[in-house]
Design a protein around this ligand. Structure first.
Ligand SMILES: NC(=O)c1ccc[n+]([C@@H]2O[C@H](COP(=O)([O-])OP(=O)(O)OC[C@H]3O[C@@H](n4cnc5c(N)ncnc54)[C@H](O)[C@@H]3O)[C@@H](O)[C@H]2O)c1
Length: 427
């Protein structure tokens, strides 16, 4: 299939002029071509099984009512209950949620957890809203998705601008309608049945992937400089865990700007600085740099952990690293992927690299269903086992077929989902 062309992005540090759904569809088609997936089956997996859109009116502090849209897309449930995060962001729309739901289908299959793929979102400007308004939006969303979600139907988790508190409100609202059932969401606070290790699982999973990839690329933690784009849950935990391993964090960007520190910065101190109300660019001991300088920072590992589409046709050539570990979903467009490949930069794709979150979400769900809590050590060890196995299976496929890890990962994921759907008689 001819690739979808990227439109002109506004500047090199803004997302690409190609949507998440176009990126996911191109990646899916490339893998479907390689495994020779028939056109009729392709049509099933290119679309979603169920898409729900609800209206969420909220009264703001100025007394006006503002109407937001809430979405839940269930892409495919052949391998188990639907599973996927919930994103609050003013740019959320149905196409973005569709793309992220489809990614979840392949991701759960690649790491071997028995879930299907789903995603949800509300197009609200989360940073401008009071906690009480976020709570009201969350409770309305659960009421309106009452028949769509459930512990054996569709289980939500945090994503951009949602957190353990939002999951606690979801669980509480669900309990009013159906009785106490913590397994309806994952990523909950520990006090409400959350799992040890869930909060940092995605970042930890990224570091497990780094540990697998490093020997193949002759890298050692002590000689590894890391640049992190996005310093929220995923980026800040990946930075802290990699720093503990001995890596040097030499650049960080968030929505407010970018900094560099060739001698390395302490990501735990940076997290505290931000939590106490400081801004990234005022962090002591680091130099404020432009978005373009940030992308061009010399390092071994670049970790995109913010929005989709931030590495695209017009800025991929700036990257000055040996390995991209995709913490964010769809951070690299297909055109950028090709540019990175030509530059000899390896990419551990989102569907593998950031799967640690859904793996530990699965562990949390299992613990909730068993009413039994594992220790943090058990959770982290089991996460390591899952990530190592997935990384090795994808690497073997990539090596045997001489294809990039992304293509190999999608092929494995699609094959597993198609097999489950066929065996169940769904297709
Ligand atoms: N939270 C999880 O468990 C999880 C799991 C898998 C994938 N992801 C993906 O990881 C990404 C980040 O998720 P999160 O939960 O860490 O979100 P978050 O809201 O905690 O953090 C997002 C970070 O990105 C920064 N950011 C936003 N726009 C930016 C820009 N243009 N340039 C640089 N930084 C920018 C924000 O300032 C913030 O630091 C998303 O793509 C999400 O889908 C998250």
């Amino acid at each position: 299939m001819a690739g979808v062309q990227e439109r002109e992005p506004p500047d090199v540090t803004r997302p690409a002029g190609i949507s998440n759904i176009e990126v996911v569809t191109q990646n899916f088609d490339a893998a479907a071509d390689r495994i020779g997936l028939e056109d009729d089956l392709r049509a099933v997996f290119r679309g979603s099984y169920r898409e729900v859109q609800v209206q969420i009116p909220v009264r703001l502090s100025d007394g006006r009512v503002r109407v937001y849209h809430g979405y839940r897309v269930q892409h495919n449930g052949a391998r188990g209950p639907y599973k996927g995060g919930l994103r609050y962001h003013h740019e959320v729309d149905l196409d973005e949620v569709r793309a992220l739901a489809s990614l979840m289908t392949w991701k759960t299959a690649i790491v071997g957890v028995p879930f299907g793929g789903a995603k949800g979102g509300v197009n609200c400007p989360a940073h401008e809203l009071e906690p009480a308004q976020i709570e009201a939006i969350t409770r309305q969303l659960v009421d309106k998705l009452d028949q769509t979600i459930g512990p054996h139907r569709d289980i939500a988790a945090p994503d951009m601008n949602t957190n353990a508190q939002v999951m606690a409100w979801m669980m509480d609202e669900w309990a009013k309608l159906h009785g106490h059932e913590p397994a309806v969401v994952t990523g909950k606070p520990i006090s409400l049945g959350g799992s040890y290790g869930r909060e940092n699982a995605t970042g930890r999973g990224l570091v497990y992937c780094f540990r697998e990839a490093a020997p193949q690329l002759r890298m050692t933690p002590a000689e590894t400089r890391i640049v992190v784009q996005g310093f929220g849950n995923v980026g800040s935990w990946a930075a802290r865990i990699a720093h503990d391993l001995g890596c040097r964090i030499v650049g960080v960007a968030d929505a407010s700007g970018a900094i560099s520190a060739q001698q390395g910065l302490d990501p735990a101190a940076l997290r505290r600085h931000l939590d106490e109300g400081g801004t990234l660019t005022e962090f002591p001991g680091a130099e404020r740099i432009s978005g373009e300088e940030f992308l061009a920072l010399e390092c071994e590992v670049f970790i995109p952990a913010a929005l989709g589409g931030l590495i695209h046709r017009d800025n991929a050539d700036l990257l000055n690293c040996r390995l991209v570990l995709e913490g964010a979903n769809t951070p690299t467009t297909p055109a950028a992927d090709a540019i990175l490949r030509d530059k000899g930069i390896h990419v551990v794709p989102d569907v593998l690299a950031n799967a640690g979150g859904v793996v530990v979400s699965y562990f949390e769900w299992v613990q909730n269903l068993q009413n039994f809590r594992w220790t943090e050590r058990e959770v982290n060890d089991r996460l390591g086992t899952s990530m190592r196995r997935a990384f090795r299976e994808v690497s073997v496929r990539a090596r045997d077929q001489d294809v990039p890890l992304r293509l190999a990962a999608y092929q494995l994921g699609i094959e597993r989902v198609v097999e489950a759907a066929r065996t169940r008689g769904y297709v």
